[in-house]
Design a protein around this ligand. Structure first.
Ligand code: CTP
Length: 393
């Protein structure tokens, strides 16, 4: 972030005060911050405190003659390496989505091709409203990065998604947006999470996969510039910035969504796909005199193996192997059988599921590398660095 210029637009919401903390963190990281306050933003933070923290003049109006002479608004938005809108209110996003330019903030957003990161914060109902979701889809379609807000208790007392993400998460998204893009122009497919196989309308066969490792990989690939489709089983994790997410439930849905994403350059299959399903009963299975029902299990399609042997096989196919013994031998056999270039193998005998940490080995044609114990985010970053070396610019 050192030496980078961030144009920070502060919208009018109760979360605006947190933008002050963001300014402080950005400056601590060596960035220059050019603050812009919307008219409503100025009701929540004062230009004086903002300019004191930023060490810059705060711009609020489109009609500031002095600024127009010295540095016009178009120049202002183009001089920046990144535009961050924080908090991005429902109203500001609606106006940006429809290309309005009736104040300084929206004019800056319209008059630029600088990358834009929006950090939404609003009441839960406003966030969930179809109009807001439609506007976000439009903004994302226009190439604007929109973070997913946090869940929790809101200033208004309601509970749900809509809280401004924590400042470290915003800093990470900014660092990713500013970072090098070794995978620009490349496409990737990631599967993540468990699958649920219905045995009747109310019950399913599932597993403990949290989806964290797959989501971290999707986020790291997107941060490196790849266009990522994330096929996610049932997990309640926020969608990483810049990632197109397809939610599925069963292994067969996951296979269909994965094949629909082809062709891609890179496939990373992280999902803990249920190996078996049962013929789902049309009605709820009932207890009775006959004792427990017998479940006849049917083997599910292997998504990694299907993609690994597909006519449109991605140039780089990566699988994971979860083992509880004989890690390297089992993982090596899976690599060959499933047509993967690499297998990232981990021992799941001691509580990896749901945890933020992992210890993995990479198996490739050149042999085995021990990547040591690391957080799932670090493993994702390392994997993406390794992927990038396969796609030299
Ligand atoms: N995988 C898949 N589709 C399946 C099963 C597994 O795509 N139906 C993928 C996983 O996403 C992972 C890899 O295959 O990348 C290995 O998964 P793992 O559960 O370790 O292996 P299994 O195929 O289940 O083999 P085993 O039961 O022998 O451990």
């Amino acid at each position: 972030m050192h030496g980078k210029t961030i144009l920070l637009i502060i919208g009018g919401g109760i979360a605006a005060f947190k933008a002050l903390e963001l300014v402080r963190e950005l400056r601590r990281a060596g960035a220059r911050v050019l603050p812009v306050l919307t008219e409503n933003g100025a009701r929540f933070v004062t230009p004086l405190s903002l300019s004191a923290l930023a060490g810059e003049k705060v711009r609020t109006s489109l009609w500031d003659l002095e600024d127009e002479a010295a540095m016009g608004h178009i120049q202002l938005s183009r001089a920046a390496d990144l535009i961050v809108v924080c908090p991005a209110t429902a109203d500001l996003m609606a106006r940006a989505a429809t290309g309005q330019a009736d104040d300084l903030a929206t004019t800056l957003l319209l008059a630029t091709d600088t990358p834009v990161l929006m950090v939404p914060a609003m009441n839960v109902r406003m966030w969930l409203h179809a109009a807001t979701q439609r506007n976000i889809a439009t903004l994302r379609g226009d190439g604007i990065m929109v973070m997913t807000p946090d869940d929790g208790v809101m200033a208004c007392g309601e509970f749900g998604p809509g809280r401004l993400p924590e400042v470290p998460a915003i800093m990470a998204a900014i660092a990713a947006a500013l970072g090098p893009k070794p995978l620009a122009g490349k496409t990737a497919l990631v599967t993540a999470g468990p699958t649920h196989e219905a045995i009747d309308p109310v019950r399913f066969i599932g597993n403990h996969s949290s989806g964290k490792q797959g989501f971290a990989i999707a986020a790291a690939l997107a941060a490196a510039g790849a266009r990522v489709t994330l096929v996610a089983g049932p997990v309640a994790l926020p969608t990483p910035v810049g990632v197109t997410r397809v939610d599925v439930v069963s292994a067969r849905d996951m296979l269909a969504a994965s094949l629909a994403a082809l062709p891609v350059d890179i496939a990373v299959m992280v999902a803990a796909v249920a190996d078996w399903r049962a013929e789902a009963a049309p009605g709820k299975l009932k207890k009775g005199a006959d004792g427990p029902p017998a479940l006849a299990l049917i083997e599910n399609p292997d998504i990694l193996a299907t993609v690994g042997h597909h006519a449109q096989r991605p140039r780089l196919v990566i699988g994971f192997a979860a083992e509880t013994g004989d890690l390297i031998a089992h993982a090596g056999a899976k690599r060959v059988k499933k047509g993967a270039d690499w297998i990232i193998a981990n021992d799941v005998s001691n509580g990896v599921f749901g945890s933020d940490d992992n210890h993995v080995h990479r198996l490739g044609s050149a042999g085995v590398e021990d990547w040591g114990a690391a957080s799932k985010a670090e493993i994702a970053a390392r994997l993406v660095r390794a992927i990038a070396t396969e796609f030299p610019a």
